[in-house]
Design a protein around this ligand. Structure first.
Ligand SMILES: Cc1ncc(COP(=O)(O)O)c(C=O)c1O
Length: 377
């Protein structure tokens, strides 16, 4: 029983597998590189996928959709591409290391300065604190749309409104919300939106997306072959090629494209919240189990962290795996600053994350296993 969808969703829809196989069989050329049919078909596959992602984002210009390796790659392209020497970056204690580490690396190199905005006891960012952290030099403010530790949804619109009172850009890390929450850029107004294709969107690993809005002027992180303008030593100016040097992951993107046809964000969110509600109510009476984050599941995506008094999360995860055949994740979940704020540093938490394939019976089995582990201490 698989409860680690926040790391990557699994199993993938059969349509994804079929599309990847069909791509290898029929669209095996290198997109944008040659004029023969296999290359043209590969190019068409990419264009179609870009159009679908643009639709998911509320009908943005497909050329502003950049395919990346994963969520981390999209965040790196956004952060390192947006800042210039002397800039200031604001991020939050709720951020994943995929934001924290690139920001930290730029600081160590003396390129930027930064401010980390704290969170409250539920891991929520206060828009006023973000407003206070912005200086005349702030180029970029990064915010996770929802936490990968507690699943709590951040007040993104309020934060973005606060940031846009200034000149700064907003980078929304939608790793845990793409595929479950509305990502219409026209409504949330983020300048840059980064997300993997392999979590709730249910595409294969090796896929990610960066939406680059009109206010953002990104320097490419990688230069190289794009198939066009070959006589120039310069990376092309136009998106998406500007940010997509090298042969793309056509097979993975074909799988993602098929996933986008079957993913139903609203249904997925309702299903995951129903499972959350069930698990929380099953655990309420269990002595020694503490569920982190807000009690109201409407404030969460399908991710939940808990601790069991007297049991190290790693040990609990190993017991769940070996004795109960239940796959969860234990530890800091790449978000150490959030654990400091939640009081769960350094051992972290046990994280349960749901996907559309999970059932009520599986949740009951998980609750029963957790009860037994808690009873043994
Ligand atoms: C909030 C958040 N940001 C970024 C990432 C990185 O995404 P990826 O694993 O696709 O690199 C994750 C992955 O778990 C995440 O949860």
């Amino acid at each position: 029983m698989y409860f680690d969808h926040a790391a990557t969703s699994w199993p993938k829809p059969p349509e994804v597998l079929a599309a990847m196989q069909a791509c290898l069989e029929r669209a095996g050329g290198n997109p944008g590189r040659s004029g023969h049919r296999a290359a043209v078909e590969a190019h068409r596959t990419l264009r179609e996928a870009r159009r679908k992602v643009a639709g998911l984002l509320g009908g943005v210009d497909p050329d502003r959709v950049v395919f990346t390796l994963n969520g981390t790659d999209a965040l790196n392209l956004a952060i390192k591409g947006a800042v210039r020497p002397g800039d200031h970056v604001v991020y939050t204690a709720a951020d994943h290391n995929s934001v924290h580490r690139p920001v930290h690396a730029l600081m160590l190199r003396g390129v930027i300065t930064s401010t980390c905005v704290d969170v409250d006891g539920d891991g929520v960012v206060d828009p006023d604190e973000v407003r206070c952290a912005i200086t005349g030099r702030t180029r970029l403010v990064a915010l996770p749309h929802a936490s990968n530790v507690t699943g709590v949804i951040q007040p993104a619109r309020d934060v973005i409104r606060a940031v846009h009172e200034h000149d700064a850009l907003v980078l929304l890390d939608a790793a845990q919300t793409a595929g479950v929450l509305d990502l219409k850029v026209g409504e949330i107004s983020a300048d840059l939106v980064a997300f993997p294709g392999h979590k709730a969107l249910r595409g294969p690993t090796g896929t990610g997306i960066l939406y680059v809005g009109p206010r953002a002027d990104l320097q490419p992180l990688r230069e190289g072959g794009t198939g066009g303008e070959s006589d120039s030593p310069l990376q092309p100016e136009a998106l998406p090629t500007r940010m997509e040097a090298g042969t793309p992951n056509t097979v993975g993107i074909a799988g993602l494209s098929a996933a986008l046809d079957v993913v139903r964000p609203e249904t997925a969110l309702a299903h995951e919240r129903a499972l959350l509600r069930r698990l929380v109510s099953r655990l309420e009476e269990v002595r020694g189990i503490r569920v982190l984050g807000p009690a109201d599941v409407e404030r969460r995506v399908g991710v939940l962290s808990l601790t069991i008094e007297g049991v190290d999360p790693q040990d609990a995860a190993a017991i769940l795996d070996e004795s109960f055949d239940l796959a969860v994740r234990a530890g800091l979940h790449c978000a150490p600053n959030l654990h400091r704020a939640l009081g769960t540093y350094p051992s972290g938490t046990l994280r349960v994350s749901f996907g559309v394939s999970n059932t009520e019976a599986e949740v009951d089995a998980l609750a029963e296993a957790l009860k037994q582990i808690a009873a043994q201490t």
